[in-house]
Structure formats: structure tokens, C-alpha cells
Design a protein around this ligand. Sequence first.
Ligand SMILES: *Cc1c(COP(=O)(O)O)cnc(C)c1O
Length: 542
Amino acid sequence: MPRSRELAQANLENIYRIFTVPEAPDSTLGRVDQAISDDLMGFLQDHIVAVERDLDEIEGDFSRSSIPEDPTYVSDYTEFLKEKLVSQSVHTASPGFIGHMTSALPYFMLPLSRILTALNQNLVKVETSRAFTPMERQVLAMMHRLIYSRSDDFYSQWIQNSNYSLGAFCSGGTIANLTALWAARNRLCGPSGDFKGISRVGLVKAMQHLNCQGLAVLVSRRGHYSLGKAVDLLGIGRDNLVTVETDENNRIDMKKLREQCWRLKGEGILPLTLIGIAGTTETGNIDPLEAMADFAAELGCHFHVDAAWGGPTLFSDTHRGLLKGVERADSVTIDAHKQLYVPMGAGMVLFKDPATLSSIEHHAAYIIRRGSRDLGSRTLEGSRPGMAMLVHAGLSIIGRKGYEILIDQGIERARRFASRINAHPDFELVSEPELNILTYRYIPARIQKILAEATAAKVTEINEQLDKIIEAMQKRQREAGRTFVSRTRLTPGRYKGGAITVFRVVMANPLTTEEILAAVLDEQSEIASHPDIQAILRQIKF
Ligand SMILES: *Cc1c(COP(=O)(O)O)cnc(C)c1O
């Protein structure tokens, strides 16, 4: 490799050259770069090892805390990355890895990401982003339109009106949910009369002003854990994130929701926000959004929909109806790094009313001045990359009809996998796929019979043994590195409130074929035939 030029770079006198000398195409980094451009899947296949090392061992490679004193060769560093980092990464793009919400990316995302990095814009202020600012506003308007379908006039009025925002772009669903609750809180506790508003005087005075004991956020027990962080940060308190029971399809139980609201009223606690979920993280179910919108209107509170996962279902003519009522939400979270197939670090929250985000508006003297076009005046985050460009790229290149195919096929694939599980004597489907997520577990036909006739106490006992088996099977499958499903714990109605461990599958990778799905179940059956697992199974008797 041509170290002569690198020698200059690994040299303190010439350190500035790292900013000016481009990488030689025949250097180690140059070759890696080329390999990734030529055949990304091949590169990942070749360099991520199938059999993973123990995490403790990997930690050993990253346990030095002193900062290197001297510069090093880029080639040497690239070798280090290949050997220690790339090889031990997770092959999220592999079509056999159907356990996560992170899947393959369209090929153009990679070169476009390089342009993004090369331009290195900062979306906090227009001075460092220029055209990226109106582009981000356009992306927000497009996603707003997908949800709320307002008129051409509405969008031409608001799309580039910098005094208002149709939404906020951010790093993901967590910040999107937090931003929605922040805006809702500041609106409910906004300035009126002598009261200067919660953002000025804080929670205690706000509660005195509203004459209440606290605020509550209500969501089903399937709500995402990001909501816990949000209520913690906003001073609402985790105990006031009220998690409501669900029906047998993991949807919020409206009767229980009403009961919780009466209870809160008795305690002098004001409901701040009702949250409907469009695509629960674990099971992909959708709350009855229409009924929730009605109830939020009755309570006069903010209605938020967490559609981080399921939002892009709106692209589908066939399945859009599942989200009926979402257009009545005051705010909606959508993750771009999930079903919009954008690289990690892109999420959005959209607001029905372009004035809602004014409640969190903030200014500084040197940037994001009053009246400026700076997006930073209405975002939680400060410096921010131009990830909206990649959403813009996806929406433009794939288009509504392209995303529709991806969504429809994901749901179709999940249904076919569900049929495959139903047809298999040794597996039990635990949650039907409403979208493209399903859960199931391994339970041999013999034990299914025992369970069907067992007493409640016996059912619990058997389920505990099965939980151990599911956990062991999932770990072995992951370690073998051929296929991957995740696992979680659920409380399906059929086991009377008892929690069980299940396999969880997310059908997001368009390259996952029927053969791969068959191979997932075959591999699991094979793992189950292992003597350790058979020994536990033999203990399960009437
Ligand atoms: C993924 C997800 C989130 C959190 O999003 P991040 O991008 O991981 O911060 C919130 N809600 C739901 C329903 C999700 O699926």
C-alpha cells in the first residue's frame, strides 16, 4: 500500500494534511470504500463473521481508556476496524434476520449519505444549511399531507412559512414523542393573564395555576418505553404515565381507559395527553384511533398517535384504513429509519395545527433569532444533520406507489409466515399480524394437548418451563448466526393474564423469501431437538 503519502498524514508536522489529502484508491481504506460501493451485500457477507464472539471478549478490544498520543496510519486503523468492529457487527441487512426493526437499505442511501457527510450542513440555523432548510420543511409537509390530507391551499400557506411548523425533524421516535408531549404540556400550561406559562415559571406554579395535583399521560400497556423517559423529563412523573390494559389483540381497552380517567379525576390529576399506538413495537397492533380521538375530544385533551413503526402503512391503499382516526390526532410520530428505509437517525413529529410548536419556541441572540427562518427555534435538538435529504430521496425515488408495494408485501409475508406457523404442529402463533409483526412460540404438539386440559396452576407451571426453552432457543439461533428472530414477553388473553416468552418477527426486509421463512422454522425445530432442550420438555407431563 502507498504508505509514503500516508506517512505524511501520520506525522505531526503535517497533521493538517488530513483535511486536504484524499485517500489513495489502492490504500486499505480506498479498497474498502470501493468494495462497499461495488457490492455492499457482498462486503457485509464477507466481513461480518457468522459465528459471534462473546461480548466479554469484544469488550476486551475496547478497554483501553487512554487517548492515543501519536497519529496512526489510516491503513492500520482501517485494518483494526475490519478485524475488531466490522467483523463483530450485526448483519441487519441480512434477509434471514427478521427480528429487528432495522433492515436492509435501498442501495442509493449509501452514496447519498456520502454527499450528506461531504456537505456537512447543520440544520439548526439557515446560515449553515441554506437549501437544506426549505427541503426539510418540504419533507415535513409531505409527511403531514400523508397523515392529514389538507388542501393545496393549506400547504402553500404553511409549507415555507417560517413563523410556523408543520412538524419537527429529529433523530428518532424517542425525541419525536418527547417533542409532542413537550408541546402539549406547554400548550395546556400556556401563559394566560398573570400566569406566565410553564416554560417560564415551572411545573409547581403551573399546577397551582391549573388548580390540580398533577398531569397524566395515558397509553396502553404496549406503549413504547420512550414515553416513560418523556414524562420523567417533562416533570410529569413516571407514575403519571398511566398504562391501560389491552384487549386480546393488544389494543387499548376503551372501558379501562375511561375508568382510569375517572380515577385520575378523583385524584385531581388532569389528563394531558391520550396516546394511541399505530403499530405497537412488540406486536404491530393498532389502537382504535377513532374511538380514542372521540374520547380525547370529550376530555378536551391532546391526542397523540405514536406511529413510529406503523405510520408508513398510510402509503397503502389496501391497508391505510387500519389507521382510521389518525388524521384527528393533534400530533403524530413517524420514524424514517424504520419503514421509510432511511439510515439510522431520522424521525419526525407532525402537528395538525401549524401553531402548536410555537409553545416550545426558543431564541438565542447569536443564532435562531426571532423572526429568522432557523429550524432550531422549534426543535429540541440543537445541531442536527440534514437527514431529511435522505427522506426526500426515499419519497422521490421510491414514491408513494413504491412504498405501497413494500408495505403491502411486508404484511402479506407476515400473513404467510403466520399460516406456516399455524400449519406446523410444534409452533403456536401468539399474536396474529395486523401489520407486519407477529409473535409465536415453540410448543410441541404433545404439550399443546396437555396445556389445553391443564388447570390454571399447571398452565402457569408449564409456561414457565416453555419460557426457558424459548429463551435458550432464541439465544442459540442468534449465536449460530444463520437466521435471527427476537424475543419478548407478552400476556396473551388465552393464558389469563400470565406472561409468556415469545419469538418476535418483523417482516421489514423486502429480500426475505419464503425459503428463508421456512428455514427459520426448520432451524428452530433443529435447535429444539438438542438433548438439553429435549430433557426439559420430557419433564412436562400431565
Ligand atoms: C421505535 C419506536 C419508538 C422509538 O423510536 P426510536 O427511533 O427508537 O427513538 C417509539 N414508539 C414506537 C411505537 C416505536 O416502534
